[in-house]
Every structure is written in C-alpha cells, then in structure tokens.
Ligand binder design. Structure first.
Ligand SMILES: Cc1cc2nc3c(=O)[nH]c(=O)nc-3n(C[C@H](O)[C@H](O)[C@H](O)COP(=O)(O)OP(=O)(O)OC[C@H]3O[C@@H](n4cnc5c(N)ncnc54)[C@H](O)[C@@H]3O)c2cc1C
Length: 287
C-alpha cells in the first residue's frame, strides 16, 4: 500500500514547525510508526509532513523537580536504556519494552504515542497511572496540559490545532511506591488487547494510595477512579483486590472487534487490574 502524494519539510526549530502547521492539511511526523501506516491505508492524507526529528534538543530524559521530563523525539529504546527512567519511573521502561518490535521501539516516540492516542496504545495507560502533564507549544506560546485532561476520544487529544508536544512530564514514582504494567497483547502487532498500569503505595499491609491506567478497553485510555477509591484502606490481599476491581469497566463503552469481543475485554480488564495491583503492591516498600 502506498500513501498519497505529500510534501515534506524538516524545519530547524519548533517555531518554524508551528509556522508550517498554518497549512490545515499539514501534520507533524515524529517516528512515523503510527502516522505512516494510517497514510498507507489512506485513513490520513496530509499534503505536508512536518518532520520534527531534525530539530535539535528534543531528545532527552531528565529529572526535573519531581518529574521525569522526556523530550518529544525520545524513542522507546532510549527510554528503556535510560538510567534516569530506571531510577524515577521504572514502570515506564517496563511498558516501553513491551511495545511492538525492535524496529518500532527504535523509531516510535513517547510523545507521538500520547499525541496519537491509540485506544490500544500501551503508554497512555502508564502515563495516566504515573500522572503528570504534556508541555505543548503553539502559536499562542507554551502550556502544560494535565494528563487527566489530555485523552479526549479515540485518536483525539486536547492538543489544539498547530500545537506540538515539546516535552512529556511524568511524576516520578513516589518513594516506596511499587508499580507494574500488565498486558494481554494482540500476538501479531503486540498492541494491547487490554493493558493495565498500577502505582501502589502501602502503609503497613494496607493500600494508602493508588493510581491506575487502563488501555485497550474503551475508545481512549482512562483511570478507573472507583477502583482506585475502593482499594484505599484495603489490605493487599487477593480477596480485597478481587472485590475492588469489579467496577473497572463501569461507565466505559467497552469495545469489541475481530481480535476480542467486548465481554472478553471486560474480563481481561478485571483480571489484569487485579494482577497489576497485586504485582505493584508486592514491589512497594511499606511506609
Ligand atoms: C508494527 C507496529 C507495531 C506496533 N505495536 C505497538 C504496540 O505494541 N504498542 C503500542 O503502544 N504501539 C505500537 N505501535 C505504535 C508505535 O508505538 C508508534 O510509533 C507510536 O505510538 C507513535 O509514535 P511515533 O513517534 O511513531 O508517532 P508518529 O507516527 O510520527 O505520529 C503519530 C501521531 O502523533 C502526532 N505527533 C507525533 N509527535 C507529536 C508531537 N511531538 N506533538 C504533536 N503531535 C505529534 C502525529 O502528527 C501523528 O498524528 C506499533 C506500530 C507498528 C508500526
């Protein structure tokens, strides 16, 4: 399959890139591993690709005032190999290592994965569980968008037209917290049929706080806030966790397709949330 005809620009700065996005048919390209497949299927037909990969200074992972700051062109592989990620948010590396195959991990970016907002993408669930923001630049300057308000619908985020993610800012895992990502994947693409990330803090044997992100189930990644609330104050035990995860798909329009029906996905969501919570809890160091 071949994409339609398009022009290509490789601006030297974000300001130049934003200027090029004045053309309503223009689209940013980073690693290209989501956009190019869509173009080949003619599901996206931009007439101008604005490649941000040649802009200096967009590839980094650093710690910044309680956040892990990840530059827009930082790939999965760079995240997996980052000592800072292993110190601050090892679950990010764990999930990134489960994305696609080595070629995808060598080119695909965290920022691109969040901007694309694929309902089966792995990293949106991890980003929601860690919490944080997306730093975007556009014609009106720079702003931080809370991740809880970032995913709007299938393939839709709260980025405005002509806004570009400059940096993803993820909260470092709280001291003593444990985190885990559990995924049941589609065996050919490795996309998540369902994926769940949990970050758990314990006081004694009791769960004192939790954040959970779920992907692959609804039209967008989400936090099952009723499950999070139900877990707080409960012991980290099979029975309590099983009871708490039952509402994980409440209020969600659970999707079904040729790979997995909606009942099966809902079942996976309960099973994987249960596993992710227990695994994260076992990795936590009680306060
Ligand atoms: C064979 C294959 C297997 C895959 N398996 C998985 C998998 O198992 N799990 C998974 O989660 N993903 C999977 N992916 C998708 C892959 O992770 C994508 O590369 C990644 O999600 C998108 O990052 P990218 O840099 O390639 O974005 P691109 O494809 O370049 O862009 C994707 C979208 O985001 C926009 N965009 C990109 N960067 C920015 C930015 N900085 N600011 C604003 N908008 C931006 C683009 O305009 C485009 O709309 C797979 C892809 C392939 C081809």
């Amino acid at each position: 399959m071949f994409p339609g005809t398009f022009a290509y620009a490789a601006p030297a700065s974000l300001q130049d890139a934003i200027g090029l996005l004045d053309d309503p048919q223009a689209k940013v390209i980073a690693g290209g591993h989501s956009l190019l497949p869509l173009m080949k299927l003619r599901l996206a037909q931009p007439t101008l690709l604005v490649d941000i990969g040649r802009i200096p200074g967009l590839t980094y992972v650093r710690s910044d005032a309680g956040y892990l700051a990840v530059g827009a062109m930082t790939t999965y592989r760079q995240i997996i190999n980052s000592e800072e990620v292993h110190r601050s948010a090892p679950v990010l590396a764990e999930a990134a290592s489960e994305v696609g195959d080595p070629q995808v991990r060598a080119r695909g970016t965290l920022a691109g994965a969040l901007a694309h907002a694929d309902p089966s993408g792995d990293l949106p669930a991890v980003a929601l569980a860690l919490g944080g923001s997306v730093r975007a630049v556009g014609p009106n300057g720079e702003r931080d968008i809370d991740l809880d308000e970032f995913f709007v619908d299938m393939l839709t985020t709260s980025l405005e037209e002509r806004e570009i993610i400059r940096e993803v800012r993820l909260r470092v895992q709280p001291p003593g917290a444990g985190a885990a990502y559990q995924k049941f994947d589609q065996p050919a693409s490795h996309y998540a049929l369902t994926g769940v990330c949990a970050v758990i803090s314990l006081r004694g044997g009791t769960i004192s706080s939790t954040r959970i992100g779920v992907t692959g189930v609804g039209l967008k990644a989400y936090r099952p806030t009723a499950v999070e609330a139900a877990l707080v104050g409960k012991p980290l035990e099979e029975e309590a966790v099983t009871a708490a995860v039952q509402t994980v798909t409440d209020g969600i329009d659970v999707q079904g397709d040729i790979h997995a029906g909606s009942e099966y996905r809902a079942h996976l969501a309960r099973v994987l949330t249960h596993r992710a919570v227990l695994e994260a809890g076992q990795r936590a160091h009680p306060a």
